[in-house]
Ligand binder design. Sequence first.
Ligand SMILES: [Cu+2]
Length: 176
Amino acid sequence: MEVSFGSFQVAVLMAFLFVTMALVTIFVVVARQSSRNVAFETVTDTGYRLRRAWLAFLVLLLGSGVVLSLFFLPFPGDSKATATVNVSGGLFYWSMNPETIPVGSEVSFDVTSADVNHGLGIYDPDGVLMGSVQAMPGYHNQLDLTFDKPGTYMMACLEYCGFKHHDMMKEFEVTQ
Ligand SMILES: [Cu+2]
């Protein structure tokens, strides 16, 4: 049997060897120093110094992560939607207006409920969940989706709302 390695396998092997050697080195260093007598204060001072450095590193990393991720947030008002579709959930149905969507539309769904909380999930013709938003009585929640391919799409309720929750499915067409 012939065995061949791709570059990915070689990279994994190198990483594994590097980690193994690092662990062995740390083990040897610690084992050699374990017989030495070190004052308690020296140990705690080192520990506190490492802890402060780690805290500073985490604050810097997470802080910059929070700041940078703000630029990728979809804020209300950023919507590029060209059409609005009103959706209302109820025990146990979905109503939508208009009922069909022209292909290529950037749709903003305006979602509410007639009675209790429902969860609107929209599935593409392949059964892939495109997006979801809560349908709540007295509130109007927005969900923006782009419909690039024609076909039969489906709405389903994703929040248990009663004994016929599983019946809350509605098909709609995206037409050429
Ligand atoms: Cu439900």
